[in-house]
Design a protein around this ligand. Sequence first.
Ligand code: ADE
Length: 238
Amino acid sequence: MKIAIMGAMPEEITPILERLDSYESIQYAKNNYYKGSFQGVEVVVAYSKIGKVFSTLTAATLLQVFACDILLFTGVAGAVNPELKIGDLIVASKLSQHDLDITIFGHPHGYVPEGSVYIESDKDLRALAKQVAKELDIPIKEGIIATGDQFIACEDKKCFIQDTFEADALEMEGASVATVCDALGVPFFILRSISDAADMDAGFNFEEFVESSAKISAEFLLEMVAKLAILIGNHEKR
Ligand code: ADE
């Protein structure tokens, strides 16, 4: 079992790399992939750069070139649901592209023919997240994440995304990663910690909290990988 651990920015994967047993860096398609192990499990870690195009490339590479069996994404997001505060964790139940718009032809926002408005993440990995959260007494919320190639710092756009997609949080990579994993039949999990509220203060808040929120998400994700390591170990012993 090989686990892909992905972020979009260096801040999102540095706390992961710092805790690996060991790793080597491999260059592929103008990006670095860090192949190593964590508690005896093989992992490949990478950050894609921001946005749907780069994250699609990285997710596809992790699955097709590095042959990872599952993909776990860690990073930060803007809160849409007012219950979510800076540093809170949100697990995507399903994801949609909020900037995909061919509504002029009568289709709903986020939809293209032969696609779907939402892509659901893996149920077992979400259940594992809930179990880890319970054991460590860390609150996590499950909800809808909307993805687009825009940093949202405006109430109007945020309201549109909330009303149209019932989104709880928004970011710039989750739905594209979900699309790749879904197409290739690979279980995936998207975790985000809130860095801002996608409002007029979002730029300042993002800069202030990106590092601390990214760390919160990365540390929770590693707790899940540690749990997976035990499950994989038990399975292989049988
Ligand atoms: N990631 C974190 N905050 C964000 C925001 N406000 N817009 C888009 N992506 C984000």
